[in-house]
Design a protein around this ligand. Structure first.
Ligand code: HEC
Length: 181
């Protein structure tokens, strides 16, 4: 029994040392032009979903989806987020696919999380991705407005769609968004 425990301990130490050696030798590629492996995608996504479930409040979004609020949310989105997350005229950009992991493109696929979860993600960002924490540059009221906009991105009224200008052939420059307000 004693040998068995020693064996297991030894195997664990060898595994940790081997892992550390691989890292120190530079075998892990940190380039953003890699595709996340399916294992990494599965584990990282499950961990992130669980982290958001644990931390996001269940507060009800105080900003109602009126035409005015959706237009204001669209304007904030256009100024701060569209450069990465896309616009109706260019929902799938090469730029969005140049991140590791790639940026979710909201005009191709609406966000799946609830508005209060989106509020949490926008406030705090997602580390090791390109998603910044916005709590120091946007107020809570602005973040709720954007969350309302994202929750209704598939059914925007004309006033909100107008914010994005003419829909035909108007692709914005990738980094056209100012990062602060
Ligand atoms: C510099 C690029 C960049 C900017 C600017 C940016 N994001 Fe992101 N965002 C990302 C990336 C990359 C992810 C994906 C992270 C991941 O897959 O875990 C992301 C993820 C998200 C998510 C989670 C989506 C999901 O379903 O998993 C939300 C919500 C979001 N962003 C909203 C916003 C909002 C709102 C703004 C503007 C206030 C914004 N982002 C600005 C890069 C950006």
């Amino acid at each position: 029994m004693r040998n068995f425990v020693v064996g297991i301990l030894f195997a664990l130490i060898a595994l940790a040392a081997g892992g550390w050696w691989c890292l120190k030798q530079g075998y892990v590629n940190f380039g953003a032009d890699q595709r996340p492996s399916s294992i990494e995608e599965k584990f990282a996504m499950a961990a992130m979903d669980a982290s958001i479930d644990r931390r996001a409040s269940e507060a009800k979004n105080p900003v109602a989806p009126t035409e005015d609020n959706l237009a204001a949310g669209a304007k904030l989105y256009l100024d701060h987020c569209a450069g990465c997350h896309g616009v109706p005229s260019n929902p799938e950009s090469e730029f969005a696919r140049s991140f590791y992991p790639p940026v979710p493109e909201f005009f191709k696929e609406a966000p799946e999380m609830s508005e209060s979860q989106n509020f949490y993600v926008i406030q705090h960002g997602i580390r090791w991705t390109g998603m910044p924490a916005w709590k120091k540059t946007l107020t809570d009221a602005q973040i709720w407005q954007i969350a309302t906009f994202l929750g209704n991105v598939e059914k925007l009224p004309p006033a909100a769609r107008k914010v994005f200008g003419p829909q035909e052939g108007a692709a914005p420059a990738p980094m056209a968004m100012p990062m602060t307000h």
